[in-house]
Design a protein. Structure first.
Lengths: 166, 609
């Protein structure tokens, strides 16, 4: 099994946490995984991109047209990162506008749950519902429990389930 | 300790930190800088795994950090110093001499390069620096390899009594991978400095001999069996043809070769130690290969040493000479070299949304006031979050750590020769001030520069994630230590105009800016210092402690965009339907600093419900 995933958003939207959750699932499976993340100045609200390569790879970076899955927390990043996705790849977008890909108003749902940053896990839930990712809902739950601070675990899981069930 | 021995998802920087602890490092020093910062942070977080005493410090700058680790190594203990690539420029002086004098206990200098660059003022290559300094340098291709190379570097350093550099790049530092922690070695060393003036205080009389010894040691190191380039042998489909790669470019090459169905068809060499390059390897390439493609970041360091007539790489432009070697760029180079179908040009890199100062950032309030008071001013600034004052037009120069004060003084000297001097307002962060600002301040004072220096004191090193600063009295591990306050340092530097103000109080802040300007123009005037003091809003405790209002924009808004464009808070945006400004409540922290910006008082604040 090999899968190449991009997670795109703005600094502060929880791109790094979402990246870690997906990668942790691979670690729990004892599957090799590599990620590349954006740190530094861009984290101050600028466009950030994470790449995740699950399976037997040597580098975390993804070539144009090679990503199987695109998780976009910021719709406007489509024009920057769309080209990384395969033509047959699945695209999941946090947006309340109509357009290409599978869309969900993850920010709106997260706001109702009390914190707009939870949009990252709502979008992960959608990806699971669409069977886009290499893993199951249960595996994601385990990883969320491992990585979220104890007092936010339930809220994180609630956001994730909103994405699955809506 | 079962959990510790199972695979963990570690960032490259965390893996390197783990390697330092496992190798018995006893002094770890650093100055933060992207992409290196998380290394020392992870040493701090993982220090319980150390089995012997471990001193960890965020030093005041890289030169200091290097020298502390260096002397630690003179006592026979293992030490490490961590910095980003431009930090090595700051530490260059001790670094260069250390090559000749050597070390005792293993000393590893970890310098993280930033090809691209992603978050740096240039994309210099530490390996080339090492070639100039004559210091061995290891070039890991993955986080796991970076961790393994830490112990290799310590062993090499101790065997030859030389400082050894480990050079990860951004894509190693900020990648994550499943990695198995190992047990920590117990070295049981006590500090034992063996005095030897001919070495540790070597005068010119001793240096030719030390230089000769260094050169002969480098020949031995180049021949180290464990550090020879590794070969993945091809089946001869491409005869007398090879790829030579190092660092993340090697990882990218392996994946690319797999994608292109070329697995096992071409000889691929991975260079582990970019300098000194093995002479056996150089001979092998010259004898056995007619064509070689060299893939390395960022400068042609292997290429220069190889000097192979059939080699192509950066020098001839087969591989781009600048920027990151992304898989797309490598695809172009590999396809061209092997005569395969060349892929379409990858779409031009677009950067997307630019970064901004955070909502509520005190720097924004300070910059807005500076620009408002002195629209024609000259604004030298510096390295940190506050570089983003660019977005407000309140930053005109950004050069290197601490340069802004000297640049401000230089502007003054040039303008005053002609008579009319514009208001010069320098902005420098608190951490940058301690790092390299103090000598520059003393110089500006004694050279009688008439400039305003605004020290943006947010009580942290914010850009890199909030490392402690000397005036907070907290050490790397969180223990309390002596605090060194900014004000007495400024006064002792000969500054007679010194004021402190919270930039959230824009009225008072602007009054002080005017007073400072008047002072610089008065007969006995000189350098005026205004400390802009308000904690970083990334710090939860700061947010909790400050008042927060419900900030909204009412229908008095005339759509002038001043708050959106000139104040540039990410929580303010234009509603395209009404053409009025609005507040994004997801982002707004309720500080109310935008209120005074509105020319028609349409921004209002109320108690939160």
């Amino acid at each position: 099994m090999k899968q190449q995933i991009i997670v795109s958003g703005l600094g502060g939207q929880g791109v790094l946490f979402l990246t870690r959750v997906i990668a942790q699932v691979a670690v729990n499976r004892e599957t090799p995984v590599l990620t590349a993340e954006t740190h530094g100045m861009a984290q101050r609200g600028g466009t950030v991109l994470s790449t995740i390569k699950v399976g037997d790879f040597a580098s975390p970076l993804i070539r144009t047209g090679q990503a199987d899955v695109g998780l976009l927390l910021w719709e406007a990043n489509l024009e920057v990162h769309r080209s990384l996705l395969k033509n047959s790849g699945s695209l999941l977008i946090n947006s309340d506008n109509a357009g290409e890909g599978e869309r969900i108003d993850a920010s709106g749902i997260a706001r109702e749950l009390g914190n707009a940053v939870l949009s990252n896990l709502v979008l992960l839930g959608l990806a699971i519902r669409q069977k886009s990712l290499f893993c199951t809902a249960e595996e994601c739950e385990t990883a969320i429990r491992q990585l979220a601070p104890a007092k936010f675990v339930e809220q994180n899981l609630a956001a994730f389930h909103k994405g699955i069930d809506l | 300790m079962k959990e510790n021995m199972t695979k963990q998802l570690l960032m490259g920087n965390e893996a390197i930190a783990r390697g330092l602890i496992e190798s018995g490092c006893q002094l770890a020093t650093a100055y933060p800088g992207t992409p290196s910062t998380e290394i020392l942070q992870a040493v701090i977080d993982g220090r319980d795994a150390a089995v012997e005493p471990l001193h960890i410090e965020w030093s005041v700058n890289e030169k200091v950090a290097f020298e502390v680790a260096l002397a630690g190594s003179y006592t026979g203990k293992r030490t490490a110093v961590v910095m980003k690539q431009v930090g090595l420029n700051v530490a260059a002086d001790p670094f260069m001499r250390t090559a000749y004098l050597g070390v005792k206990g293993g000393m590893v200098t970890i310098v993280a390069d930033d090809p691209g660059p992603h978050s740096s003022q240039n994309e210099q290559d530490t390996r080339l620096f090492c070639l100039q300094a004559r210091v061995p340098v290891l070039d890991p291709a993955s986080p796991a390899e970076a961790k393994a190379m830490v112990s290799t570097a310590f062993e090499l350093s101790e065997k030859h009594e030389l400082n050894v550099v480990l050079r990860p790049t951004t894509r190693i530092c900020h990648s994550r991978q499943n990695i198995t922690p190992e047990s920590t070695v117990k070295l049981v060393r006590t500090a034992d400095f063996q005095k030897d003036p001919t070495r540790w205080a070597a005068t010119p009389a001793f240096l030719p001999q030390l230089h000769r010894k260094l050169n002969s040691t480098l020949e031995q190191i180049a021949a180290e069996p464990t550090l020879q380039p590794r070969l993945i042998e091809g089946d001869g489909s491409y005869s007398r043809t090879a790829f030579v790669a190092s660092g993340i470019a090697y990882g990218n090459l392996v994946d690319l070769v797999d994608d292109l169905g070329l697995n096992g068809k071409v000889d691929i060499y991975q260079v582990l130690m970019s300098y000194p390059l093995s002479s056996t390897f150089i001979n092998t390439l010259n004898e056995d290969y007619d064509r070689v493609l060299i893939l390395e970041e960022t400068y042609p360091v292997i290429e220069l040493q190889l000097a192979h007539p059939g080699a192509v790489g950066k020098q001839g432009g087969t591989v781009p000479r600048e920027g990151e070697l992304t898989p797309d760029i490598m695809h172009q180079a590999v396809a061209g070299f092997l005569g395969l179908a060349t892929p379409d040009e990858a779409p031009a890199e677009r950067r997307g949304q630019r970064p901004s100062l955070c909502p509520g950032c005190p720097h924004r309030a300070a910059f807005y006031s500076i620009k408002k008071c002195f629209p024609q001013g000259i604004f030298p600034s510096d390295i940190g979050c506050y570089t983003l004052g660019l977005n407000l037009g309140a930053v005109n120069t950004v050069h290197c750590m601490g340069a802004c004060i000297s640049q401000g003084a230089g502007f003054y000297q040039a303008y005053q020769q002609d008579g009319e001097v514009p208001t010069i307002v320098v902005t420098i962060g608190d951490s940058t001030f301690f790092h390299a600002g103090i000598p520059a301040l003393i110089n500006a004072v004694i050279q009688q520069a008439r400039i305003i220096i605004v020290i943006l004191d947010n009580a942290t090193t914010a850009m890199t994630g909030g490392q402690p600063v000397p005036h907070m009295g907290v050490s790397a591990g969180g223990q309390s230590t002596k605090a060194v306050a900014i004000e007495p340092l400024v006064r002792a530097s000969g500054v007679d105009f010194l004021e402190v103000c919270d930039p959230y109080d824009s009225q008072r802040f602007e009054e002080l800016l005017w007073q400072a300007d008047a002072y610089t123009r008065s007969p006995d005037g000189g350098v005026a210092v205004l400390i802009s003091r308000h904690g970083c809003t990334m710090d939860r405790n700061v947010l909790k402690a400050q008042e927060s209002f419900l900030v909204t924009i009412n229908d008095k808004c005339i759509g002038c965009r001043k708050c959106v464009d000139a104040f540039e808070c990410p929580a303010l945006l234009m509603d395209s339907d009404s053409n009025m400004a609005m507040v994004n409540q997801d982002r707004c922290i309720g500080c109310g600093t935008c209120i005074s910006v509105c020319p028609v008082d349409a921004i209002i604040k109320e108690e939160k419900p």
